[in-house]
Write a protein that binds this ligand. Structure first.
Ligand code: ADP
Ligand code: MG
Length: 262
């Protein structure tokens, strides 16, 4: 097991912990007349988890897509592990992307693939240097890590919503990313399953010290998993800081949000 882990990790360049892994500066993005992001700036370093909260339609998913390089900001910059995602070549962008694990909002698993094959998918595409046996070993290790030992042969349709999110998390971790981006990882789950996913995210973060962003609707989740919380409204970060800092805020939007959701 350890050997596979070493081989996986040896592919990665040494990472500078001082420089923010994610540096977003004054990003704006409009769709037609609608300004979705209106001057957003923040940094995330390795070992930190920044939680984004805000109503639907405030641009949280667009922000994640800009970080991944699937959308381009109209102005401002998204520098991810030193790569300017708006202006990088396809090769540079794709190199940066292999260092990012993401779980999209509706955790789309491939319905026709088993749990194990879903988790193996990024390895098949980006780690052709691994033998089939190494890949299977790595998949088992990932399934164990998210608490799905023994479920590899099941189909996504036959497991619970919480287990599907775990598969999505294992897949996001497959390439041993430096950056982890999770878009509403507990949406649609009951409170107990949500709590379990939060605990898992916390322990993965503790284990791997990634630079993480988690979009959530749930203040309790944010309080549990985040180092810092950013509250978004109308395309801007209204406030960013610890849960305690948010609690001390006198801004009415902030206290409304705290009281509605906590
Ligand atoms: N590709 C797109 N084309 C047009 N409008 C978009 C596109 N992507 C997102 N939007 C709009 O941007 C706004 C913010 O979307 P989104 O980031 O998904 O919000 P949320 O904060 O709920 O994740 C929404 O009004 C959405 O309709
Ligand atoms: Mg969204």
């Amino acid at each position: 097991m350890q050997l596979v882990q070493d081989r996986i990790e040896s592919k990665r360049e040494p990472v500078d912990i001082e420089t923010p892994a994610i540096a977003i500066t004054d990003v704006t993005k409009s769709f037609g007349p609608q300004r979705v992001l209106d001057g957003v700036s923040f940094n995330v370093r390795r070992g930190e988890t920044l939680a984004f909260l805000g109503r639907s339609g405030t641009g949280k998913s667009v922000l994640l897509r800009i970080i991944i390089g699937l959308q381009t900001p109209d102005s401002g910059s998204a520098i991810i592990l030193g790569t300017d995602m708006a202006h990088a070549s396809e090769d540079a962008m794709s190199a940066a992307r292999t260092q990012m694990g993401f779980l999209f909002q509706h955790a789309a698993l491939y319905d026709s693939l088993t749990v194990a094959d879903n988790v193996a998918f990024p390895l098949v595409h980006h780690r052709q240097d691994l033998s089939g046996a190494d890949r299977r070993e790595r998949v088992q290790m990932l399934l164990n890590e998210v608490g799905l030992e023994g479920h590899g042969n099941k189909m996504p349709a036959n497991i619970s919503g919480g287990m599907q999110k775990r598969v999505g998390l294992a897949r996001a971790l497959a390439l041993d990313p430096v950056i982890l981006l999770l878009d509403e990882p507990t949406a649609g789950l009951d409170p107990i399953s949500s709590g379990e996913i939060d605990e898992l995210i916390l322990s993965l973060q503790h284990q791997h010290q990634m630079a993480s962003i988690v979009v959530t609707h749930d203040m309790l989740s944010a309080k549990t998993i985040a180092t810092r919380i950013a509250l978004m409204n109308h395309g801007k970060i209204v406030i960013e800081g610890s849960y305690d800092k948010l609690q001390d805020s006198h801004e009415s939007f902030v206290s409304q949000f705290l009281h509605r959701d906590s």
